[in-house]
Design a protein. Structure first.
Length: 428
């Protein structure tokens, strides 16, 4: 990495700097040297305080926006419960087809499910108010929230650390910028490629890892959207309004499990288990619902299955998103990779909206069967296989001497290679 030289400075500044260097009062540092110095400063409690500061300024806005995005997607089952199908003269298949069209355009969270259910419970009491059915109020009121929030987001969302001036000190800003820049290079001092590059975007679309993780997220979308659509209509012996309210406790429990799962994944550095264990929990829940849905006198057991399924499904999306973010080096490749993964996987909503056939209610053998099969094959078995693939790649790269890598590639080449660099290690 090239050091700072006087020929990059104006003549008078170069002269002054040369004099300072001669006196030993100024030492030229590369960006990586500066980053290492900052790493020594930001340790222990100081680093924790900085992380908490970022969390408090960034996460609340994102949580609310994510919540409302899921409310819009999951209120379909609530609308169905309050008479949307007969009011519009639709059949069950017409309803599924409409949902498929919705997810084609959409392809371009636990708290949300609870919020949507509680909102629908309250809005449900407006059924037949002013001569309108409750499902119309669900769409109007919940849609209005999203519209207002989208306008507010223009002012409340934070930019990148380099552009924040209000709540980060210059030293904190510099540390965060450099930490992002050198994250992929480990202790090699090689910076990530940050500027826009069509090659980096193309590499993201041709990366095996994007599709490997997208398969897990696609499976989640198939199961979670189909499940969300029929959850309010599962026969537990409640009235329509109470059925809405009873969907909230499982989602609240899922929120708690999601937070714990994220903490455990970071604490123990286990990305594969953060996907496999929740999928296993969801699979157990589906098995319970498949069996007990045939016995209306066992609503408590069915509700237990609902709790397990919901708690198992919602931690998966944060887990796989974190996994692909950690395994894509370079800000451009990471951004494109995450976007591509989410876009591809959202098409799972097309499948999920068509596998729960109205004529098969309340047992839904096809819907539950497909969901369970995909959870086992793509949500449990495939992540384990992918884990061993990553371990194998890491072992091969670790066996290459550092001197051999440095002799074969320049620093710029290693930076351009991103996660394909022999210096990069995949998170498992």
């Amino acid at each position: 990495m090239a050091a700072i030289t006087d020929d990059k400075l104006p003549v008078e500044d170069a002269h002054d700097t040369a004099m300072d260097v001669a006196k030993g009062s100024v030492h030229a540092h590369t960006e990586y040297d500066e980053y290492l110095d900052l790493c020594r400063d930001f340790t222990g409690q100081r680093l924790q305080l900085l992380v908490r500061k970022v969390d408090w300024h960034v996460l609340p806005q994102l949580i609310i926006i994510y919540l409302m995005s899921y409310v819009d997607r999951t209120n379909v089952g609530n609308a169905k419960l309050f008479g949307a199908i007969p009011d519009m003269g639709m059949t069950g298949q017409d309803w599924n087809t409409a949902l498929s069209v919705f997810f084609v355009t959409y392809a371009a969270g636990g708290v949300a499910g609870a919020f949507s259910g509680l909102l629908a419970y309250g809005i449900g009491h407006l059924d037949y108010t002013w001569g309108f059915r409750g499902w119309r109020f669900i769409y109007c009121i919940e849609g209005l929230f999203s519209l207002i929030l989208s306008i507010l987001a223009l002012w409340v969302l934070n930019d990148t650390p380099a552009k924040i001036t209000k709540w980060l000190t210059p030293e904190e800003k510099k540390f965060l910028v450099l930490r992002n820049r050198f994250a992929a290079g480990g202790e090699t001092g090689i910076a990530e490629k940050e500027e826009f590059s069509w090659k980096a975007a193309k590499d993201a679309f041709t990366s095996f890892h994007i599709y490997a993780v997208a398969l897990m997220e696609f499976t989640l979308c198939v199961t979670v959207y189909g499940y969300s659509f029929i959850l309010p209509t599962i026969n537990l012996g409640y009235t329509a309004a109470n059925a809405q309210a009873m969907t909230a406790p499982p989602y609240i429990f899922a929120c708690i499990v999601t937070v714990f799962s994220g903490w455990a994944a970071d604490r123990y550095k286990q990305r594969m288990l953060s996907v496999v264990l929740p999928n296993s929990l969801a699979a157990c829940g589906f098995i319970i619902m498949m069996v007990t849905s045939q016995y209306p006198h066992l609503p408590g057991v069915t509700l237990f299955g609902v709790f397990l399924t919901t708690a198992g499904l919602y931690p998966i999306s944060p887990a796989v998103t974190a996994w692909i973010a950690l395994n894509c080096a370079g800000s451009m490749r990471r951004a494109v990779g995450i976007g591509a993964m989410i876009s591809f996987s959202q098409l799972g909503g097309i499948v999920g909206s068509n596998i729960y056939i109205a004529g098969q209610a309340p047992t839904y053998p096809v819907g539950f069967g497909i969901s369970l099969g995909m959870l086992v094959v793509c949500g449990i078995i495939w992540p384990i296989i992918y884990y061993f693939i990553l371990k194998g790649i890491n072992q091969k790269r670790a066996a290459i001497p550092l001197e051999e890598i440095q002799a074969k590639y320049t620093e710029q080449q290693l930076s351009d290679m991103g996660d394909r660099s022999p210096l990069f290690r995949y998170s498992t």
